[in-house]
Design a protein around this ligand. Structure first.
Ligand SMILES: Cc1ncc(COP(=O)(O)O)c(C=O)c1O
Length: 375
């Protein structure tokens, strides 16, 4: 991968803590622009905030007219509503105490419409009871399993219609449409990705017709993530909401995997050499507490300045590289690393340094990295 990063002035680079996370403001703005261009209109977007979890980025979206947002946790929902989002979807089926937290959100932020996904009657009934008690209305999107097999109801399962019709009838709830997430579609070729989306789409349409025939309207279809963003964006269906998240900050995993996408890495981890334990080895302070460890070992970051270095050791606080260039580095030398997976990486930091014209302009909190803000 020939991925480069914008320059950071050397005195700024020297002053940055390691490990720390930086965001390149111009890259971020360019990714947001590309998302708007691909969507065609701000009202078609429902971006997922899990990638960055930062209030400042949500405020940028709201200024652009993007008011619908998606979240994976109650804390993310709270961050979104506090930052001005007026339509928030919790795309993570609430169960247990999280059910009352959803209705508490609706009480605390009356100007924001909240919806959740569901795939089972039990939590749906509990949500209805909680909403009635709190005197609020919560939207419900039927979570449709289009092949990822993580959550949801299969579109041809008769239980799907029954559940959605129930959601349309239970007090305190509002049938808000379908949630169609397809994180299993990872074809590198865009035409193959489009074909895979089309293959699953017919099942979603049949389910939609059945629900509508049962008098449960399907006002919205919250579809896909970053890889399938271009696939749904070109569909001409006003119900479609486009839900990319990673495209905001982007990462080296997607940059390698999806060459058709126009986004560029807007975040990097600042790391330093702490030791050179052998002539061809150097150890950095970018352990798995500093960068996401869910990609396979050896592939967790990309170093634009050392593209061929072998990531041989990756412990909590250390990454051991094997590279013939090790001799060029001294303890204290700085490197920038593009995470392979940015979403769990941003969750490792309390705040990020925002870089503009090579310098730190400000620091932004990663507000909803915590599980709880106030609710
Ligand atoms: C339910 C859901 N929707 C949307 C997204 C955003 O997808 P991406 O990270 O590909 O942009 C994710 C990512 O994990 C997700 O889990």
């Amino acid at each position: 991968m020939s991925h480069s990063l914008p320059l950071i002035e050397s005195s700024t680079l020297e002053s940055l803590l390691s490990p720390s996370l930086v965001i390149f403001r111009d890259r971020l703005l360019s990714n947001l622009d590309s998302m708007l261009v691909m969507a065609g209109h701000p009202s078609r977007l429902r971006p997922h905030c899990k990638t960055h979890k930062m209030e400042q980025i949500i405020r940028m979206w709201v200024e652009q007219g993007v008011t619908k947002h998606k979240a994976a946790t109650i804390a993310e929902c709270e961050m979104l509503a506090a930052a001005g989002a007026t339509d928030v979807l919790l795309a993570y089926n609430p169960v247990g105490p999280n059910i009352n937290r959803v209705t508490a959100l609706a009480v605390k932020f009356p100007a924001c419409r909240f919806s959740v996904t569901t795939d089972h009657e039990k939590p749906l009934q509990q949500l209805s009871a909680s909403a009635v008690k709190a005197n609020v209305t919560i939207g419900v999107m039927l979570d449709v399993n289009v092949g990822m097999n993580r959550t949801g109801v299969c579109p041809d399962d008769p239980a799907a219609v029954t559940l959605y019709v129930l959601a349309s009838k239970l007090p305190g709830l509002r049938a808000a449409g379908f949630h169609v997430y397809d994180g299993h579609l990872k074809q590198s070729s865009l035409s193959e990705r489009k074909a895979a989306v089309a293959a699953a789409w017919s099942g979603v349409q049949e389910l939609r017709s059945k629900c509508e025939a049962a008098h449960a309207s399907v006002p919205a279809l919250a579809c896909g993530g970053t890889p399938t963003f271009p696939c749904y964006a070109e569909m001409d269906d006003p119900a479609i909401e486009l839900c990319p998240g990673t495209s905001v900050l982007y990462d080296s995993g997607y940059a390698v995997g999806f060459p058709d996408l126009p986004f560029e890495a807007a975040a990097a981890v600042v790391t330093r050499v702490i030791s050179r334990p052998a002539p061809d080895r150097m150890t950095l302070d970018i352990g798995n507490k500093a960068v996401a460890a869910d990609p396979p070992k050896g592939m967790r970051v990309f170093f634009p300045d050392l593209p061929d270095a072998v990531q041989e050791i990756h412990n909590e606080e250390h990454m051991g590289l094997v590279t013939p260039h090790a001799q060029k580095y001294q303890p204290g030398d700085v490197l920038l690393a593009i995470p392979t997976h940015i979403c769990p990486t941003s969750a490792l930091y309390n705040n990020v340094a925002v870089i503009e014209k090579g310098q730190v302009r400000e620091y932004w909190d990663v507000t909803s990295r915590n599980r709880k803000i106030s609710i």
